[in-house]
Design a protein around this ligand. Sequence first.
Ligand SMILES: [Zn+2]
Length: 250
Amino acid sequence: MERTRQQVGIYLRHYRLQISQVIKKIKLAASSCELCDGQCEHFSRLCHHCFNDLPIFSLDIVQGNLLNWPAINKALPKYQFDKLFCLAPYLWPFDLWITQLKYHSRFELAPLLAQLLVEHWLLALEKNLVRQVEAIIAVPIHITRWQERGFNQSHLLAKKIAMSLELPYLSTALIRNKATEQQVGKTGGQRRKSLKNAFKLSPNQASLPKHIMLIDDVITTGSTANEITQLLKKNGVQTVTLMTVCLTLP
Ligand SMILES: [Zn+2]
């Protein structure tokens, strides 16, 4: 009886996997490339020609951590996080995609950006340039901003990334308790001041894992990530890897 139940379980998992692969193929066949309208084979909304043209950071040059790059290390003084893993500089088409996702509610771009990040991360893992983390946290936005915008783009990315990497997503661990104004145009010092005590841990959050990946869409001065990293490290976290789609230096 027990054996029959196990066999049924194996068959069900097998068929579920096959069905999800068929659905993926149908979705890919139905989607066309964002940039050239060509046919997509691997990424939804991106063909392999346009993928090869993307301005993605070379893993071999940055060795899986942009803080290894002297110009970036110098531009982000006093960083608190341990590693910085970005996909690309804030250049076309990433600047366009992030603007469309953030300000024009093009949610369908989140799975594409998440998939690009995940594959870049898996390649870095394979090359032993990065270490696996234990859980994922997204940079939260304040509840009033969430209500205005209706969504948090970092949450959309983090949810997909956690699912693909089969890691727990601690979606409610962090709370933004200060509605900070737009950070664009502010200096590092002004950002740090306005972000002081902007975050807290949820009272319902049990102890945190030691190695966390923090997700944001873009890093500029690193002030937000620094503030969160300090809070996480005060609460038992040992390493924070900041993962963002883009890097734009102030
Ligand atoms: Zn294309």
